[in-house]
Design a protein around this ligand. Sequence first.
Ligand code: 2AM
Ligand code: CA
Length: 269
Amino acid sequence: MNEKLFCLEKLCSDVISLCKDTGQWILREMEEIDQKDVKSKGLHDFVTHVDKSAEKQLTKGLHKLLPFDVGFLAEENTVNREDKKYTWIVDPLDGTTNFIHGVPCFSISIALCEEGKTLLGIVYEINRDEMFYSWGNGKAYLNGREINVSQSNTLNDSLLATGFPYFDYSRLEKYMEVFMYCLRNSRGVRRFGSAAVDLAYVACGRFDGFFEYSLKPWDVAAGAFIVQQAGGMVADFSGSNDYIFGKEIVATNNLIYNEFIDVIKNVFD
Ligand code: 2AM
Ligand code: CA
C-alpha cells in the first residue's frame, strides 16, 4: 500500500469516530468497575478487562480502516506486534490508575507511523470529551478548533506538568532535583496521571512544559506529534530525538525549550 491510497484527513476523522465510540463505552464501564477487576502487570502497573476490551475494539476498527501492510504496537498486547510499513501505536486507556480509582483524567492515544515517521496523532480525553488531533498538515486541533502552544517565554511564567516515577526509582534523585528546580522556578507543577493528556495540554497551551521518564511509546507517540504540529518542541533528556522509544520526554512551547532542556540536561547528563 502506498500513501496515495489513503487520505490522512479522512482517516483521522474515521479514527476520531472510533475513539468517541470506544471512549463512551469506557466511561459507561467505569460505573461497574470493581477492585476485583484490577490485575497487576508489574510493580504499581495495573490493567483491567476494560483496557483489554477497549484495545480489541480499537484495533479491530483500525484494521478495517487500513487493512494492508499495517502492524500494531498496542499496550495490552491483544494483537501481535508485526513490523510493517505502517504501524498503529495504541494506548486504549492512558491513565488506568486514575480510571480504577474513579479520578476523571484518562484518555485514548493513537498514532499512525510510517517507518518511524508519525503521520497522525489523536488523544481523546474521555471525561471532558476533548479530542486533540493532527494529521500532519502543520496544524493541530481540539474539538475542531485549531490549537497552538503557549507564548510564555520563561520558566518563571510557566505552568509545568510531570509524571512521578512509580516503578523505576533508579533515577529518582535526579528526577527530584529537576522537580525541585521547577517548584522554585515556575508557577507550579501538576501531575494528572495520563502522559498523553499532559502532552495534549502542552499542545493547546494549558501547560507550558512537561517532562517524565519511564514512559512507553503508546503513552507519548500521539501527544508528542500533536505538540510539534501545534508549534512546540519535543526531545529526550539529552535534547535529541529519541523520545518515543527512549523512555524519557520533555515537551514545551518553543520559547521556554532552551531554558528547560538546559536544566534537564545538566542534571541527567
Ligand atoms: P497507563 O495508564 O497507560 O499505564 C503517567 O505517569 C503515565 O505512566 C501514564 O501515561 C500511565 O499510563 C503510566 N502509568 C502506569 N502505571 C502507573 C501508575 N501506577 N501511576 C501513574 N502512572 C502510571
Ligand atoms: Ca494504558
